[in-house]
Design a protein. Structure first.
Length: 128
């Protein structure tokens, strides 16, 4: 699945895949895999996109707002970002980004994230 994710990310970065093509890949089960706990093993290089099926929850480690540390829970970040509710499932696009100088925590959608200083990897989320 990682090879497929990398190929899709390659074409996505170059503007060769539109939302319709991505939706077709998702519907056929060729694109989204089950989400890992966090992005520690997939956070490089910045700009990489991954498509994951996840179910939101409101427990686990979470640092940042809109941009989350690589070790933050994907399922909890999705709830914090307002993409899903706890117990609700969806397909999300996770984008590895260059980490900011520091991560600011906040309370959103019933989930509390925390402040953190410099961290080696980061990601953002978007609903597909």
């Amino acid at each position: 699945m990682k090879v497929i994710q990398e190929l899709v990310a390659y074409f996505d970065r170059r503007g060769k895949l539109g939302r319709a093509e991505i939706r077709k890949l998702l519907e056929r089960g060729h694109l989204a895999s089950d989400a890992p706990q966090n992005m520690l093993l997939l956070a490089e290089p910045a700009g990489s996109n991954y498509y994951f099926r996840l179910t939101g929850h409101n427990e686990g480690p979470l640092w940042g707002t809109d941009v989350y540390t690589g070790d933050s829970s994907l399922a909890m970040a999705a709830v914090h970002a307002g993409l899903v509710k706890p117990g609700e499932s969806a397909v999300v696009r996770v984008t590895s980004v260059a980490p900011p100088a520091d991560f600011k925590g906040s309370s959103r959608h019933g989930v509390q994230s925390h402040d953190f200083g410099r961290y080696g990897s980061a990601y953002t989320l978007a609903l597909v």
